[in-house]
Design a protein around this ligand. Sequence first.
Ligand code: ADP
Ligand code: TYD
Length: 214
Amino acid sequence: MSAKGLFISFEGIDGSGKSTQVGRLADALRARGHDVIVTREPGGSDGAEEIRALVLQGDPDRWSAETELLLFTAARRDHLERLIRPALAQGKIVICDRFADSTRMYQGLSRGNLRATVDQLHNLMIGVEPDLTLLIDMDPAKGLARAKGRQGAEERFEDFGADLQEAMRAGFLDLAAEYADRFVVIDGARDMDAVARDILEAVGQRLDQSGAAP
Ligand code: ADP
Ligand code: TYD
């Protein structure tokens, strides 16, 4: 989507190591002289962070499936307008912990099949995809065991049953095949250094292709 900068998203089930690897990648790119913005969804701008609290805290049944989809999309639109687009226009590398593929999976799959609505709303209100999406793939049972180690106020989507977790994993792999030009699948069930090495290699290749400076 970007004329000058590079837009990278991380995707995968909860606990797959996205946040960890976002930080590692940002450090590695900064050490090479790149100007990097790290952000996340839902959130990443003031308004979107307020919406994040609405969707991730409190009673999970507070919103209908459709209202929840609208809230995630509203947060993304604000994030795109206020942070992502301006940063890319300034030639920065934007690394985002989750983007629209999460909505395709979580809102598209978890409360009935809403994928067509998700795609329509995306086309209408967002309309852009990352230049590169790193899917950290792993057995959901392992990811969940990692994620459960964290506790916080946010009512996450981690209490999905095992079947739904497996469906999400398969769904992410299907997305990687559907959008093969921008996805790279990374085996996340390894030590952090090995995962980080593969990610840096994939990003390096994409930077070489795009001819991005430092
Ligand atoms: P996510 O953002 O995908 O939910 P996190 O990066 O927060 O995942 O990782 C979840 C937990 O697992 C954290 O406690 C983190 O330190 C740990 N973790 C991340 N990557 C690995 C790895 N490759 N091996 C073992 N533990 C990991
Ligand atoms: P995140 O903070 O990335 O959680 P984790 O570190 O556990 O992966 O995201 C919070 C939750 O929001 C996560 O369970 C996935 C969910 N989510 C959606 O349901 N739809 C979306 O569009 C996004 C971006 C996240």
